[in-house]
Design a protein around this ligand. Structure first.
Ligand code: AMP
Length: 113
């Protein structure tokens, strides 16, 4: 199976700014930022979308949120940031490798579009 776009960035096959890496996940700056801070937190394991995850992925999914929190802290966002996971094309997903969007650094309206 061909590597996902995000895996290609992690492996250095295409350019991208990696801002965090551990043994389960990595994070990159979004190429088309929607806020002053827009970082994508991505599992190394290629799961297309949340609805494809299974019970054995519970710790991995929790890890993504924990790392998101750490990255938000590192950017001094603390109390004002948003985490988004788009699931499926109809919900706005365009890259089919699970990723958490971390958005912050500006006020964020609700509901999102
Ligand atoms: P989604 O639409 O939820 O699947 O989010 C995919 C995100 O990946 C979008 O915010 C894109 O701007 C971002 N993206 C697409 N290509 C790249 C790339 N080469 N490097 C970094 N981010 C990217």
């Amino acid at each position: 199976m061909e590597d996902s776009l995000f895996t290609k960035i992690r492996k250095g096959d295409i350019p991208g700014k990696i801002v965090y890496e551990d043994d389960l996940c990595f994070a990159i700056e979004d190429i088309n930022p929607q806020a002053p801070v827009h970082i994508l937190i991505i599992p190394i394991k290629e799961i297309e979308k949340v609805s494809d995850a299974s019970e054995k992925d519970i710790n991995l999914l929790g890890h993504l949120l924990h790392v998101s929190k750490k990255i938000a802290h590192d950017h001094s966002l603390e109390n004002n940031y948003r985490l988004i996971i788009n699931n499926g094309a109809g919900a706005g997903q365009s890259v089919f490798h699970i990723h958490v969007h971390l958005l912050g650094g500006r006020s964020l309206d609700w509901p999102p579009g």
